[in-house]
Design a protein around this ligand. Sequence first.
Ligand code: IPD
Ligand code: CA
Ligand code: CA
Length: 271
Amino acid sequence: MTDALHQDLLELAQEAARRAGELLRDGRPADLAVARTKSSPVDVVTEMDIAAEKLITGLISGRRPDDGFLGEEGARAPGTSGVRWVIDPLDGTVNYLYGLPTWAVSIAAEQDGESVVGVVAAPMRGETYHAVRGRGAWATGAWEGERPLACRPAPPLDQALVATGFNYVAEVRAHQAEVAGRLVPLLRDVRRSGSAAVDLCDVACGRLDAYYERGLNPWDHAAGDLIAREAGALTGGRPGDRPSRELTVAGTPGVFEPLQRLLEDFGAWHD
Ligand code: IPD
Ligand code: CA
Ligand code: CA
């Protein structure tokens, strides 16, 4: 029963992510403008973020009217079925606004508060990543069928490629930059893609050794965290904690723990 339910949730999430991805890719107006701002003047929402969330919630609630929702652009419903959808309709809005290709649609289905299905569609890469709890992580792209995802064998920390992100609030990112500045000499290098969901999937794909960020919301990491874990990565927050707004860390085993310790020592979890 659970397997059948998870399969249904997966197929629905895949359809919603594919359709929203097509809308975003094919419907981006040449003169795309900022519709409003949120936490700071550089935390922007476009009409396309809003249209993509409407498409996703409309499709899902039409098929499963009793499910709950938590969507970045305002979808909120408690639901009565025990399933809640956690949605970032466009992760990487600033990239999208500027015409950079790294952005994604992120959709997770939670059951009793745990992610059981995660789908991240990255249309400009032509790739979609998905995971079902206990069934591994997979990608589809410009190849036949589904490819299993596995994170990289761990290098020593000084050869690790680690991504991070910066908050939209200037004071928060000033401290984040200090932490990143202390880390840079200890690693192979750092990356900042502009999409937390893509960063987490890149850990799952073995394209990054690790990723960390302070200040994420549930919709940024709900799907990508499950995909990374199902690909063999370890994920968490501060040592012993789950990923949270305070801190999200994901990495191949062997890099995860030393990185998490350094982040703790460098105070990456406070502003
Ligand atoms: C943002 C992206 C970015 C991360 C920010 C997120 P948005 O999401 O994931 O990479 O650094 O913390 O808020 O606003 O593009 O959906
Ligand atoms: Ca986001
Ligand atoms: Ca977003």
